[in-house]
Design a binder for this molecule. Structure first.
Ligand SMILES: *Cc1c(COP(=O)(O)O)cnc(C)c1O
Length: 356
C-alpha cells in the first residue's frame, strides 16, 4: 500500500467481475450473462465513417437523441430518463445521491451493491431472503434509508411481482425504492408503470444483457424529473460526457430494431426453458428464473464447485460463488441452443463419471 492511497479506501474490497479470458475462442463463455447474439444489424450500420469522424468532438452530455428514443419507448417525459456508462455508473450516482440514511438490500443479490455502500461509506442492512430464495417483503417494513432490489434478482433469477414492489413502495412513501431491472426483458414486467403513482421509485436498467451491448457500456435510469435532475447533478460533477458518441448511436439503433430485440430475447427465454427441463430431468434443483441464466444445484454427491471445475476443464465457463448460502449453486448464462446442448452433454458426462 502506498503512502498516497486515501485511508478510507484502504479496506475496500472491489467488485470481482466474472472471468474474461484472453483466449475466448477456447471457451463457451456462460459466466457473465452476456448475450450470445451480436448487436442488431442496425447497430453495425450506425457505426459508419461519419460516426467515427465525430469522435473528434465530445459526446453529447445531454444524450438527447438517445434519451428521446428511450423516453418514447417507456412512454415517459424526456426529463424522466437519464443515460449512464453502464447501469453500474448510475447505481453509483444513485447510492451516492440517495443513500445517506443507509441502504437495505437482500443478503443474496448483485455483488456491486455492497461494493458501493463500502465506497461511499453508507450504512448497510442486508435482509435475508425467504428459504425459497424469494425476497421477503415484510422484512423491509420499518427499514429506513433506500431499499435496493434487483428484479429479477441476481443470481437467483427470481422475479418479484409488481404487486409486491407496490407493497414496498407503500410501506413508507418517504423511503426511496430502487429497482434494478437488468434482466426484466427476459419475461417479466417493468416497474416503470408505477412511476405514475409513486414518487419514491427509481428504476435502473441496462443495454448489456437484452440489447446485446455489454461492451458498449450503456445503462439508463427512469424516475420522476426531480430525482433525475439530482442524479444529473452528480453526473455533471463527475463525468459530464459519461456516455461516448458511438455508444449513444448504438443504443438508439438497438432501440429502433424492435424485431431483432424480440427475436433475441424470445430465443433466450425458449432456450432457458429447454435447459431447465433438461437439468431437472438430470436431478438438478433450481430456482424459477425470469432472467438470461439459470441458478441450479447439482444432485449430491456432485458439489457445485466440482461441477464448475469440471465444466471449466471441458471448455465451459460458468459462475460459482464462494458464498456459504449459495455455494451449492452454479449460475449458467443462457447461450445459443447449440452451446446449451454442449453444456447438457458435458453435464451428462460429468454425472456418469460420478456414478462410477
Ligand atoms: C449485469 C448487471 C448490472 C450491470 O450492468 P451494466 O449496465 O453492464 O453496468 C446491473 N445490475 C445487475 C443486477 C446486473 O446483473
Amino acid at each position: 500500500m502506498s503512502q498516497f492511497f486515501a485511508k478510507r479506501f484502504q479496506t475496500l474490497t472491489p467488485y470481482t467481475p466474472g472471468e474474461q479470458p484472453a483466449d475466448m475462442e477456447q471457451f463457451i463463455k456462460l459466466n457473465t450473462n452476456e448475450s450470445p447474439y451480436a448487436p442488431s444489424p442496425q447497430v453495425f450500420a450506425a457505426m459508419d465513417r461519419g460516426a467515427i469522424g465525430d469522435l473528434r468532438l465530445y459526446s453529447d452530455p445531454t444524450c438527447q437523441q438517445f434519451l428521446k428514443a428511450l423516453a418514447g419507448e417507456f412512454g415517459v417525459d424526456e426529463n424522466m430518463v437519464m443515460a449512464g456508462s453502464g447501469s453500474d455508473e448510475l447505481l453509483g450516482y444513485a447510492f451516492a445521491a440517495f443513500g445517506q440514511n443507509g441502504v437495505a438490500f437482500p443478503n443474496i443479490t448483485y455483488g456491486f451493491y455492497s461494493v458501493l455502500t463500502d465506497l461511499f461509506a453508507l450504512e448497510v442492512q442486508k435482509v435475508p431472503l425467504n428459504c425459497d430464495c424469494s425476497v421477503k417483503i415484510s422484512a423491509y417494513e420499518g427499514k429506513k434509508g433506500m431499499v435496493v432490489l434487483a428484479n429479477p434478482n441476481a443470481p437467483t433469477g427470481i422475479y418479484l411481482p409488481l404487486d409486491d414492489v407496490e407493497t414496498l413502495l407503500q410501506q413508507d412513501e418517504n423511503r426511496l425504492v430502487l429497482i434494478d431491472e437488468a434482466y426484466v426483458d427476459f419475461g417479466s414486467e417493468s416497474a416503470v408503470c408505477l412511476l405514475k403513482t409513486y414518487k419514491n421509485l427509481v428504476v435502473i436498467g441496462t443495454f448489456s444483457k437484452s440489447r446485446n451491448l455489454a461492451g458498449a457500456r450503456l445503462g439508463y435510469a427512469v424516475a420522476n424529473a426531480e430525482l433525475i435532475a439530482e442524479l444529473n447533478t452528480l453526473k455533471f460533477s463527475f463525468d459530464p460526457y459519461n456516455v461516448n458518441t458511438l455508444t449513444l448511436l448504438a443504443g438508439a439503433a438497438a432501440l429502433a430494431d424492435k424485431r431483432y430485440f424480440t427475436a433475441c430475447t424470445q430465443s433466450i427465454i425458449e432456450t432457458r426453458e429447454f435447459v431447465c427441463n433438461e437439468l431437472k430431468s438430470m436431478g438438478f434443483e433450481m430456482t424459477k428464473s425470469a432472467a438470461n441464466f439459470v441458478f441450479c444445484a447439482p444432485l449430491s454427491p456432485l458439489s457445485a464447485q466440482v461441477y464448475y471445475k469440471k465444466l471449466r476443464e471441458n471448455g465451459i465457463l460458468v459462475r460459482w460463488f464462494d458464498t456459504p448460502e449459495i455455494s451449492h449453486y452454479v449460475r449458467i448464462t443462457i447461450g445459443t441452443k447449440k452451446q446449451m446442448e454442449e453444456v447438457l452433454g458435458v453435464t451428462k458426462m460429468i454425472l456418469d463419471e460420478k456414478a462410477l
